[in-house]
Ligand binder design. Structure first.
Ligand SMILES: [Fe+2]
Ligand SMILES: [Fe+2]
Length: 191
């Protein structure tokens, strides 16, 4: 089957649009985090935003490699407009990542049925990334909303992203005793 006549082409186009928007929504959330003084949280979200932009690139390339440059791909799809606060952005991202993983598994099956094994592999690999993203967002959301971003269950090593100061404790410092950076610069216990 030619990619230009397949359902997979439409699925790739929808996925491209979804990834591009997720990348941008996360950049908005990262900006909100930075404005509130959560430098490292902002960096974490930015790293995830970068992943999404690169997923969009994978989908874009799959389209242009398989069908050439196209003037227009028409499809009907709905996209969310949520995450006006940092809390909402983190919360919605968990749901969105899980949904994406589920949809990409479905798209992978369709791609296999249409004979696009390489594209199916990409959908599956990206689905795995999105499942991990969901876990990261879940952890960030829970720690952020419970005020435990800088608390651990057991003593752990905290590192200041600015000066590298290290302390092993249950709770990170509020102000770095070495360089006076605020808690927002303490590296998070993720990944
Ligand atoms: Fe993605
Ligand atoms: Fe993701």
């Amino acid at each position: 089957m030619e990619l230009s006549k397949s359902e997979t082409l439409i699925n790739l186009a929808k996925s491209f649009a979804g990834e591009a928007q997720a990348g941008l929504r996360y950049q908005f959330s990262a900006e909100l985090a930075l404005n509130q003084g959560y430098k490292i949280l902002s960096d974490e979200i930015k790293a995830l935003a970068k992943n999404e932009v690169n997923h969009a690139k994978v989908f874009f390339q799959a389209i242009t490699d398989g069908a050439g440059e196209l003037d227009n791909i028409e499809f009907t799809a709905g996209y969310p407009f949520k995450g006006t606060t940092l809390e909402n952005g983190l919360k919605f991202a968990i749901e969105a990542e899980r949904d994406e993983a589920h949809i990409y598994e479905k798209y992978a099956e369709i791609a296999i049925n249409e004979g696009f094994d390489e594209i199916a592999k990409k959908f599956k690999m990206i689905a795995a990334v999105e499942r991990r993203h969901a876990d990261i967002f879940n952890s960030l959301y829970e720690d952020f909303t419970s005020g435990n971003l800088y608390d651990a269950k057991e003593p752990k090593m905290w590192i200041c992203s600015e000066c590298g100061h290290i302390e092993t404790a249950v709770t990170a410092w509020s102000v770095c005793p070495l360089c006076s950076s605020t808690q927002g610069f303490v590296e998070l216990k993720l990944q």
